[in-house]
Design a binder for this molecule. Structure first.
Ligand code: BGC
Length: 878
């Protein structure tokens, strides 16, 4: 045995916990810790034990260096089946295997439609369809004959739900079942509820609210997108100690009634009247004689699916930093951080008193400023039952806010009375960055907070106004940053499955996923390209070839669609609206698409890029004919683009930073002459703009990479460290704690940008963080899943140190550089099972290859004062 090597963190698919998963052959991953440096895996063995009867199954020794998403080696799991899986590995050098890892448990959920005997039930009562409606309580008493061995609850809703058994909450999910394209894919959840049940009288209940299913949705205030009846589907499966089983399912024996939640909407907020509580409603024996009956709904065609990623949960609390009175006499609570979630309040007062909580991201003239929320009321109301301490948190809403205006509070409001409960998809944090400049560190922190606020079951554009939609373009540009900061693979796998099912027969994905029906899907570049680029990015970062294979038809459909429009000339042209370089600073406030760069120049650049990524995907998946076909297409498209938009000497039809950045990053130029001219022109344009941002959603994520490729990393740093608007750091100087939608969402005069679309929490322009990780700190994947890592820091901007740490699929990788006068010290950590290619900043052409473990390098490098801050100061002083 080689005792210095150990295996841990055994996982299935992208699940942190293997309970209740929907895959019959879940792929398996693990991580290796090795004391010796340069450890590489030669082989592995998987042992699967059936915990029911102890029978074991081994894969035998499998020669492979892969430790990420390796195939399930055994017969597929049947519904409800469990296995305990252990892994051991052999290294390249030692002959003996490692010890076995601790076993990781996997349990399949309900994998067949026929497993479901429950029916959807809905209250037997008519409702007003035009407003946010009160949620329904559903309940049913039942009797268990003997002590139970185990129990599972499989449950979902048309609406959002919380379940209770015998008065106790089931699980800790927020706004379950989450939001998917309900018509095609409705998620259900599995819970182990063994400890909540006992022999004798029991009760199961669930509250179901409007949520995304039938609540107000989208910026045109539509409702009932998926239907106008709330419904519940629940299947409780009990196993007795003697092996007998019993099921309690939603059927016509359930009862339904309204409870204390008087209305509830994701945008609107929630109103709760504690006087209307029904104590004991989910416990046995509650008097439900006057409750409504239920109807069973014919099972519709949608497919029930188990989650591919983690649920939304309450993640942490933020306490108020200040409570003050506004000029108009209102009480305003400041949480010091623009965040997403909701309040929990604790109070004491007279029966019937109503407290109103209005949420906002910003203040103007000292008052909460809610205009940017548009039709989202973002207001919660609590009416007291009186007679003692009361505690409340809304259930079926969430808000994006930093400030709350509190009205009607009984007595003196103090900081102990409220806490902000931050909620988002419960992804594992995997990426960190730090550096010597506090403003840049704050920018990075703001990017993290904007990701947290907008990875709310689906990747949304913003978390506060009447929108919160899965805009494809926003994620397309942010996906690399997201994949570094958090393990978002499971969540985005689900979102991409929705994108694919919603891609119309003509191959065009909706502008946002899930689609709510606001505008016809039209082919729009950079947004539609999410179909190709997001799966590709996830493949690079998480090595999920299966995801690439699953998305391949969707990727191909998008490229084929655009190819059809472009026709033989290989040029996409027309009158139809493109979103283009959305929101570049020159675009008018009410016309964010009217940016400086020709939108069809952008569209054709993306077309060539997507065709080329599709060709690479085809090659990886072994679709050889496609690889050749799309490779050829991409070459044609590059040529067509070049002919249409570039002069022979490398000048572009749009003389903009975005045009040059696209040309350089997507490889659209030919020959050294064109390349040199384009590089030079890009440098000139950035200087001409006074090192201020002149790019929008398309150009901003790539401008620093393009400058780096143009041998102008110093120019990229000057852009990065610009503090005058428009710039990345201007919001930081204004006290921003998240990334803004507009460069000047808050204008220099302290007023909120008057444009109707002004959010303070949009991650798209934060996509520059990926450059901070890959180039400033210098940590990037060089092969899918970081099995090969590129370490190539490019210090600059006067920074004296920078570091990046990433929990790669193979383990922790870390880079940290420090400048000491005329030297630079570089410390790196390379995870076991991987290799790294290191390029020292003094000599980036020289490649040093190292294996796993800790390594230190030192090289001569000019002092920081020579590359940045002093120049910037001069620039600012001028
Ligand atoms: C969203 C954007 C989105 C855009 C496209 C906006 O309303 O907030 O982030 O990409 O629309 O039209």
């Amino acid at each position: 045995m080689s005792d210095e090597v150990s295996v841990g963190d055994v996982r299935f698919e992208h699940h942190r916990e293997g309970f209740g998963i929907g895959e019959a052959r879940p792929r398996i991953s693990w991580k290796v810790s090795a004391d010796q440096s340069g450890w590489l895996q030669r082989a592995y063995e998987l042992r699967l034990v059936d915990p029911e009867n102890g029978s074991a199954w081994s894969s035998g020794r499998i020669e492979s260096e892969h430790a990420v998403l390796v195939p399930w080696p055994a017969p597929p799991l049947a519904s409800r089946q469990k296995r305990a899986v252990s892994v051991r590995v052999w290294g390249m050098r030692a002959g003996a295997p490692s010890e076995w890892s601790d076993p990781a448990l996997v349990e399949a959920a309900l994998l067949e439609r026929s497993d479901w005997t429950a029916e959807f039930i809905t209250p037997d009562r008519d409702e007003d369809r035009s407003a946010d409606r009160p949620p329904w309580l559903f309940r049913r008493d039942f009797h268990l004959a003997q002590d139970i061995e185990s129990a599972r609850l499989y449950i979902t809703a048309h609406g959002v739900y919380e379940a209770e058994i015998n008065g106790a909450r089931v699980g800790d999910h927020v706004l379950a079942p989450g939001w998917t394209s309900y018509r095609h894919r409705l998620r259900y959840q599995a819970f182990d509820v063994t400890s909540l049940l006992h022999a004798g009288a029991n009760c199961i209940g669930a509250i179901v609210g409007d949520g995304w299913f039938r609540g107000q949705l989208g910026y045109r205030n539509i409702r009932n997108v998926y239907g106008d009846r709330l419904a519940l589907l629940a299947q409780l499966e009990i196993r007795y100690a003697d092996g007998g089983t019993q099921r309690v399912v939603t059927d016509d024996l359930w009862r339904a009634e309204h409870g204390p939640i008087r209305s509830s909407g994701i945008y609107a907020g929630e109103a709760y009247d504690a006087r209307k509580e029904r104590p004991g409603w989910s416990s046995p024996g509650h008097a439900d004689g006057d409750w409504a009956g239920v109807l069973t709904l014919a099972r519709d065609a949608h497919q029930l699916v188990a989650p591919a990623g983690p649920p939304v949960r309450h993640i942490n609390n933020v306490a108020p930093v200040k409570i003050h009175r506004s000029p108009s006499g209102k009480t305003i609570v400041d949480f010091g951080q623009n965040l997403v979630g909701r309040l929990r309040i604790t109070l004491n007062g007279a029966v019937g008193t109503t407290v109103t909580l209005r949420h906002a991201e910003v203040l103007q003239d000292g008052e909460v400023y809610t205009r940017p929320l548009r039709a989202a009321a973002a207001t919660d109301r609590y009416t007291l039952r009186g007679g003692g301490r009361e505690e409340w948190e809304p259930r079926f809403t969430y808000h994006g806010f930093r400030y709350v205006e509190v009205d009607g509070w009984p007595g003196q409001l103090s900081a102990e009375n409220l806490v902000a409960r931050v909620c988002h998809t419960d992804m594992e944090r995997t990426g960190w960055f730090s550096c010597s400049d506090p403003d840049l560190s704050q920018l990075h922190e703001n990017v993290v907070w904007s990701m947290r606020g907008n990875f709310f079951d689906i990747p949304t554009d913003c978390p506060q106004r009447d929108e919160r939609l899965g805009w494809t373009g926003d994620l397309q540009v942010f996906a690399p940053t997201a994949s570094y900061l958090y393990d978002c693979a499971g969540m985005l796998t689900s979102w991409l499955a929705d994108l694919a099912v919603e891609q119309l027969a003509d191959g065009v994905p909706p502008f946002y996923v899930p689609y709510v029906g606001l505008n016809e899907a039209r082919p729009v570049a950079a947004w539609g390209d999410a179909a190709v680029i997001v799966p590709w990015v996830l493949f690079q970062r998480f090595a999920d070839r299966g995801l690439l294979a699953a998305q391949y038809p969707s990727m191909k459909a998008w490229v084929d669609t655009v190819a059809g429009i472009a026709g033989d000339g290989c040029l996409w042209q027309g009158e139809a609206l493109q979103l283009g370089d959305w929101l570049d600073p020159s675009a008018p406030g009410d016309g964010p698409w009217a940016a400086a760069t020709d939108p069809y120049l952008v569209a054709n650049a993306y077309f060539a890029h997507s065709a080329s990524l599709l060709a690479s995907a085809a090659e990886i998946l072994g679709h050889d004919q496609d690889a050749e076909k799309y490779g050829r297409l991409a070459a044609w498209l590059r040529r067509a683009w070049n002919t249409a938009y570039a002069t022979e000497d490398g000048l572009l039809a749009s003389d903009t930073q975005t045009a040059y950045a696209l040309a350089l990053q997507f490889g659209l130029l030919a020959g050294a002459g064109q390349l040199d001219a384009a590089r030079q022109r890009l440098r000139e344009l950035v200087a001409k703009s006074g090192f201020r941002i002149a790019t929008g959603f398309v150009g901003t994520p790539i401008i620093c990479d393009a400058l780096t490729a143009a041998d102008a990393v110093d120019t990229a740093y000057r852009l990065l460290f610009q503090r005058e608007p428009p710039s990345w750091l201007y919001p930081v100087t204004q006290g921003a704690t998240t990334v803004w939608e507009r460069w000047d969402s808050l204008m220099p005069d302290g007023r909120v940008n008057p444009a109707e679309m002004t959010s303070f929490n949009h991650y798209a322009l934060g996509a520059v963080a990926d450059w901070l990780h890959r180039t400033v700190a210098g940590l990037a994947p060089a092969a899918p899943g970081y099995r090969r890592i590129s370490i190539s820091p490019r210090p600059g901007g006067g920074l004296t140190y920078a570091s990046a740490r990433h929990e790669t699929p193979y383990g922790t990788a870390e880079v940290r550089w420090v400048r000491n006068g005329g030297r630079l010290d570089l410390d790196i950590l390379v995870p076991a099972g991987t290799t790294a290619e290191v390029r020292l900043p003094g000599d980036p052409a020289d490649l040093i290859e190292v294996g796993s473990g800790k390594h230190r390098f030192s090289c001569a490098y000019p002092a920081p004062a020579e590359d940045g801050q002093n120049t910037l100061t001069t620039q600012r002083d001028r």
